[in-house]
Ligand binder design. Structure first.
Ligand code: 13P
Ligand code: SF4
Length: 389
């Protein structure tokens, strides 16, 4: 008997098989077009170098810290999502911004750059599963419910950078702010100066960790809004009492670190410092010694004394690069299992070579464009973030 394979349902979190099918409404983007060089081509480095030199100042290449080494070597600037947003905004002279990161970052760059600049994502399948967990229709339904309850006027929406332009547009329209993992506390401080409650999208962990561990809130001040349940799975009373309404989203990469990973490394490596990203679960962040964005993690490891031991809970490309850069320090991955962000890894050297060579040939591939109305609204929330004290 033969069975027929069918595409998983087209929900926000459905897994698209890599290279098969498309979901233009989601952060996973669409099919990857074009004739890619083969990964085994021995000339890839030379080809990327030549194409980048031919383009000169016309191109500016941004690389997120989770990118592969083979890609990061060609980045003009590397950074966390906050620094990359700033850098994109500060390059009005570059005709092309090649964004080696994921789709929501390229969208933010498009919103923050001049209309004549083009932002390019070398592989359109480089989305983000966390960003996919908040879809505009769901968020609007939640907000209408808050309006019916008469609490919307008290709520300031805050969205993590890891969200689609649609969600940022909603937040801008409702007079909220975008945040990243390096300024979440400042964004929440600002939000609580403008309202008595925060609706935090889409990463429950960043919201909870910041509110409880940095701002002195109780866990009981936070409720979890599940978009797949009627009224978020919450009673009217729970919503009225909550200070933080957390969207039920998470990062599948950071979600792999557990309390066991922390306990295990402490047992194996006496004196180890545990350093994690705030997208990790609450109990992991609580058990860690240090917590911060990718930029913070790099600075902490750079400043660490020789001979010190560090177990790092974030994406593996970054941890491995830091371990290689500091052979005098013992830098290890927090979990025993390998843990890459598969969508960040979609951007590889063949895609970068293809992108740069297309540009040299006068064709502009994979342009990320946000529609003007969404962009205008999202820009309000992004500019508010860039203006945070
Ligand atoms: P930062 O670069 O803001 O630390 O975020 C990490 C991340 O998950 C990006 O997708
Ligand atoms: Fe998204 Fe997590 Fe990958 Fe960052 S690490 S791009 S939050 S899936």
């Amino acid at each position: 008997m033969t069975s027929t394979w069918t595409e998983p349902s087209n929900t926000a979190t459905a897994l698209l098989l890599l290279g098969r099918g498309s979901d233009p409404a989601s952060e996973r983007g669409v099919d990857c077009p074009g004739d890619l060089p083969t990964p085994s081509d021995p000339d890839l480095v030379a080809r990327a170098t030549a194409a980048k030199a031919a383009l000169g100042d016309r191109v500016f290449v941004l690389g997120h810290h989770y990118q592969r080494d083979e890609v990061i070597q060609f980045a003009d600037v590397t950074g966390d999502s906050f620094k990359l947003a700033q850098q994109a905004a500060a390059r009005p002279e570059a005709e092309f911004i090649v964004f080696c990161g994921v789709h929501f970052m390229a969208e933010s760059a498009d919103i923050l750059t001049k209309p004549e600049q083009q932002v390019i994502l070398p592989d359109l399948a480089a989305g983000c599963s966390m960003a996919d967990m908040a879809v505009l229709g769901q968020v609007q339904t939640a907000w209408e419910h808050f309006e019916d309850l008469g609490i919307a006027g008290d709520i300031v929406p805050v969205t993590y950078m890891n969200s689609s332009a649609d969600i940022k547009g909603f937040v801008g329209r409702e007079k909220g702010v975008v945040c990243t993992s390096s300024n979440a506390k400042r964004a929440l401080d600002w939000a609580f100066e403008h309202g008595s409650k925060v609706f935090f999208l889409p990463d429950q962990h960043l919201g909870r960790n910041t509110a409880v561990l940095e701002m002195g809130f109780d866990l009981d001040d936070c409720v979890l809004y599940d978009p797949h349940k009627p009224q978020g799975g919450l009673t009217d009373e729970q919503l009225r009492d909550a200070r933080m309404i957390l969207w039920r989203g998470h990062c599948s990469v950071h979600g792999r670190f557990t309390l066991d990973s922390v306990n295990d490394v402490r047992e194996r490596v006496p004196g180890v410092n545990v350093l994690v990203h705030p997208e990790c679960r609450h109990e992991v962040v609580q058990a860690a010694d240090y917590v911060g964005s990718t930029e913070y993690i790099i600075k902490a490891l750079d400043a660490a004394p020789a001979g010190s031991a560090w177990a790092v809970g974030t994406e593996l490309n970054l941890v491995r690069r830091m371990a290689l850069a500091h052979p005098d320090k013992q830098i290890m991955f927090l979990d025993k299992a390998v843990c890459y962000c598969s969508t960040m890894n979609r951007i590889d050297l063949p895609h970068l070579v293809w992108t740069l060579e297309e540009l040299v040939a006068g064709r502009v591939p994979n342009v990320i464009t946000v529609d003007p109305e969404t962009a205008d609204n999202a820009r309000v929330a992004l500019d508010q973030m860039l203006a945070l004290p």
